[in-house]
Design a protein around this ligand. Structure first.
Ligand SMILES: [Zn+2]
Length: 226
């Protein structure tokens, strides 16, 4: 059975998760980027960051911001596992659509016991990725390394495979789905125009196979170059 870490408060868990995502490509999370992501005042971030550093979850990087310690990373990965297992269970077993599970998981990730999460994972035969293509951390906190560039960053002529889609906006997910850009799909960028900001993309398995994708939508789609 998963080890029962003492429960952290909901806001602590949200901070750790956000700082983890901001630090993902080896970056440092600044107070202002944390405040922007959580939509709170920088002053409240300063207070919470101090508490989290005192509890050993964060360390300051002088003049730049904060980074998670090993304990902080472990706690953040635990929340990510909960979130992604919940999203998988809701879509696989309860018939939710992929654009509707994020908000449910945001609430339930703080409330479900470790036992419930592990039973859901077992019932699903331990899925490796959530319905949006994001890797699910293992119970011991290992996670698949991923590059985080988007379809919008590809140059004309480049081929790639859709790896994951940002899950925090239902309309964005529907737009991605309408364009056929589901995880696993092969794509090739044909050209890009600045006004309007559009990417012309050949999408495997769609008819017609060449689509115009708004840059705003392409920025929500994470890809792997092939
Ligand atoms: Zn989500």
């Amino acid at each position: 059975m998963a080890n029962e870490t003492p429960g952290l408060s909901r806001s602590v868990e949200d901070y750790l998760k956000v700082i983890y995502s901001l630090c993902e490509p080896g970056e440092v999370a600044s107070t202002s980027s944390i405040a922007d992501t959580l939509e709170v005042q920088p002053a409240s971030v300063t207070g919470m960051v101090k508490r989290l550093a005192e509890s050993g979850y964060l360390e300051h990087v002088p003049y730049r911001g904060v980074q998670l310690t090993e304990a902080g990373t472990r706690a953040a990965l635990r929340i990510l596992r909960r979130h992604r297992v919940l999203e998988s269970y809701l879509t696989e077993r309860l018939g939710y659509r992929w654009e509707d599970v994020h908000q449910e998981a945001e609430r339930l990730e703080h409330a479900a016991s470790d036992e419930l999460i592990e039973r859901m994972a077992t019932a699903l035969e331990n899925p490796s990725h959530d319905p949006h293509g994001a890797p699910i951390p293992t119970p011991s906190g290992e996670i698949e390394a991923t590059d985080s560039y988007t379809l919008a960053e590809l140059a004309p002529g480049e081929r790639a495979q859709v790896r994951a889609v940002r899950d925090d906006d239902s309309a964005g997910l529907l737009a991605v789905e309408a364009a056929g850009l589901l995880p696993g799909t092969g794509v090739r960028v044909i050209r890009r125009t600045r006004t309007p900001a559009i990417l012309q993309v050949e999408v495997e398995g769609t008819d017609p196979s060449v689509l115009e994708v708004a840059l705003e939508v392409a920025r929500r789609v994470y890809v792997l170059r092939v």
